[in-house]
Write a protein that binds this ligand. Sequence first.
Ligand code: PFF
Length: 448
Amino acid sequence: MSAPRGQFSSNVGFLMAAAGSAVGLGNIWGFPTKAASNGGAAFVVVYLFMAFLLAYPALMAELTIGRHARRNMVQALRGIARGPVTRFLGGLTGFGGILVASLILSFYAIVAGWMVAHLAEPFATLIGAGGIADWLTGDSTPRNLTVTAIFSGLTMLIIASGVEKGIERWSTLLMPSLILLLLLLIIYVLAQDGAMKGLEVYLMPDFSQLSPELMLSAMGQAFFSLSLGVGTMLIYGSYLSRQESLPRLGALVTLIDVGIAFTAGLLILPAMYVAQEAGTQIFSDTGELIAGPGLIMQVLPALFDTMGTAGLFVAIAFFALMVIASLTSSISMLEVPVAFAIENLGIGRRLATPLVGLAIFAISSLIIFNFDALFGLVVSISTEFGQPILGVALCIFAGWIWRRDQLLAELEKGHENVEQTLFWKVWPWYVRIVCPLLILAAFLQSLL
Ligand code: PFF
């Protein structure tokens, strides 16, 4: 017989795990740079609205389906279906989620691998191994394969240890460390010359930049940031006790996600302007702030170089922050296919994890060998197409296919009087109509 299903031991454990999934490279790298080039605090305000108006209701739908079913995404969606057609569509959406979660992980692990390389580099420098330090930052195929393998291996180790001893234990350890590192780095960077200019660019709202496109871009960012659509939140919800309040925990996850994204801006933007003060170019040839890989791989390392020995420790703190943020997200992605393998193929976690993990590492390797052709393509297929399409499908399952009374009954467990609150009375309609339309609008805009 298969082992009993895992469960988070406490609401804090769940909170750390779900917030850990949400808080990732999207918060620390994606959000601040998007805000800086889209009207600063104006973007922040729009983002806040989108996070609570679109992402929170959709997050609640995923969590509720997961906790009700206490199964992986395929079985969960099949379970709430009402006939052969919707059962088939449930299975299709579930498999879609597993595929897209795996694809996101395949490119995410490469980027996280770069963070591992930059974290190891100052250690190599400290012990005088200059050759290794150069290799680590050299962007060669062997380097990329090695660091991606290290990061994927760490992800597999945590997942192989299970829900409570792996996901919960590590998230509970890593999330507070992440917040501490972030705060220490902010204090250090704000004391440097040029930091205030960065703060100004970040916090002075430029409302003239507000446009429908900006709103839709904020929506896409909120969706990616809350890890929606691909079943990570569904599977984490499936490990949560019925005694805990879903509305409250979901709201806290959203708050932590938005809070850390905002706080990361207080680090990244000032750091860029400190780098400029120190002589590093922070604008591209077309006059825009450098936001892509150049920011993390060139601008910030150049800044740390100007800081002497202190720079080595600042670099270690910064890249440790990036690795931690990535790891608490990558484990949630790997758990989606692993839970499916355990529950549908009947194999144990210790076998399922390396099987699935190595298959995903094989995709990462394929991308590394064909980087120019595949990297952008996989990012686009998984996050610009897969995530929104699946997001709409999940809302349709929660809002149209599942029975409203069952949806609300699940929500009510651990949270009394749900049906007396206006918000939760409206919510099923909202998930039915408003969420799919908003997600579709963002999707169509990104296509155009
Ligand atoms: N939320 C993560 C981030 O902001 O970096 C990314 C992510 C994790 C997306 C898990 C999708 C996912 F399933």
